[in-house]
Design a protein around this ligand. Structure first.
Ligand SMILES: [Zn+2]
Length: 403
């Protein structure tokens, strides 16, 4: 994994000079998390707390077409000057540097990143380079990027290459649930895939005395508890939240699941740690067919099943697969457009997973063979579950006509 610029958290929290002392417990969180219907129009008022008068707004094309105008109107209404930058699709060092260079002489007070996970991660990198706070306005609840002080970095072609860590967490994370309810259901469901991994990965890190969080620290009880509540919320309210989005409605179930996907998942993964679920998920980006057609949370769903199989927790794997099938997440390789007989692709994924730095949080030595057999084991379990539960939700989200 490449780690670029910014700072190296493990050199701060767990330096070599600590000797045999165990790593300290570290908990990381944004300064403010605000979620509710129509909070988008209030961002200008929140910015007064930062004394921000001139801001750069990094927006995806999708956000620009939809809620971007509302965000800009709200800012201008309270006298905040805005400079708009168009995010072009990948969170690469090239993209981050380009925006940072373009804004370098503009004397801005903060960067607002409005869009999906990659736009948000790019905004964090730009703000770090400009030395300003970052305000995150997720327009999708499809991933756990909004709350963390790190960016997952991709090549300009979209292959996962590493991460970048920042000394500061986002100053504000502002989630307008009206926007989430109006976005396609598939994004919310993908967010559930990303969020469901949180508890299973945090548990591995907590129970393994050698397990460390993303900043090289020991997980706190708080982050583990957050991960557990996250999973429970999804099991109990995930189906209802998906139904709310189908009806473009905001209700209590949607509010709960948006919080699970965004806040609970974000705090849980950053301070609780990640393991094989994300190791396998990030490795799927090395397969162009998967990278081009599937969302991060959909890959994490398959990674979570592989991790649970790797841990020999078959009953839990089945319970999770049943939930995934019910909401429309992939549960077998065919639902990721991967032929289980494609040994070259499986070798690529298995080898890449070994290079994932947090794969060592798993309690057993992880070999390419173990990754491959766990992926295949999860695939077989998923086929069985899909055979019983059906694939109606998956087909609806992927617009495949029933055969
Ligand atoms: Zn994730």
């Amino acid at each position: 994994m490449d780690v670029s610029e910014a700072y190296l958290p493990w050199e701060v929290f767990t330096p070599a000079g600590r000797g045999d002392l165990p790593p300290p417990r570290v908990f990381i969180a944004p300064q403010r998390y605000i979620q509710g219907r129509d909070v988008l129009g209030d961002v200008g008022r929140y910015l007064a707390l930062l004394d921000a008068k001139r801001v750069a707004v990094l927006m995806s094309e999708r956000a620009g077409r939809n809620e971007g105008a509302r965000l800009l109107d709200g800012l201008r209404a309270v006298g905040i000057e805005t400079l708009v930058s168009a995010f072009r699709g990948e969170c690469s060092i090239e993209e981050i540097t380009q925006h940072a260079n373009a804004l370098a002489g503009e004397r801005i007070d903060c960067v607002i990143a409005a869009g999906g996970g990659k736009c948000i991660d790019t905004g964090k990198g730009v703000a770090f380079r400009l030395g300003t706070p970052v305000v995150v306005v997720p327009t999708l609840a499809s991933n756990d990027a909004p709350c963390s002080a790190l960016s997952v970095i991709y090549s300009p072609e979209g292959v996962s290459t590493g991460a970048e860590f920042y000394p500061d967490s986002p100053a504000f994370v502002v989630v307008d649930t009206g926007i989430i309810a109006a976005a396609p259901e598939r994004y919310l469901v993908a967010g559930m895939g990303d969020a469901m991994a949180t508890w299973y990965e945090a548990r591995v890190c907590l129970q393994n005395p050698a397990g460390v969080s993303t900043v090289g620290a020991r997980p706190t009880l708080a982050s583990s508890a957050i991960g557990e509540v996250c999973a429970r919320t999804l099991f109990e309210q995930g189906g209802a939240a998906a139904a709310a989005v189908q009806a473009s409605a905001v209700d209590d179930a949607l509010e709960a699941v948006v919080e699970a996907n965004t806040l609970l998942s974000g705090l849980g993964f950053e301070s609780g740690g990640v393991a094989a679920a994300h190791g396998v998920a990030q490795s799927y980006t090395a397969i162009p067919e998967i990278h081009a057609n599937y969302l991060h949370g959909e890959m994490v769903a398959m990674g979570t099943l592989a991790q649970l199989v790797m841990e020999s927790r078959t009953d839990e794997a089945r319970k999770v697969a049943e939930f995934f099938a019910m909401v429309g997440l992939p549960v077998h390789l065919g639902q990721l457009s991967l032929d289980p007989g494609d040994t070259a692709a499986l070798d690529t994924v298995s080898e890449a997973a070994l290079a994932f730095p947090f794969i060592t949080n798993m309690p057993m030595p992880v070999t390419a063979e173990l990754v491959r057999s766990s992926i295949i084991g999860a695939h077989r379990l998923g086929l069985d579950v899909a055979g019983k539960t059906g694939d109606t939700a998956y087909r609806r989200l992927h617009s495949i006509a029933a055969s």
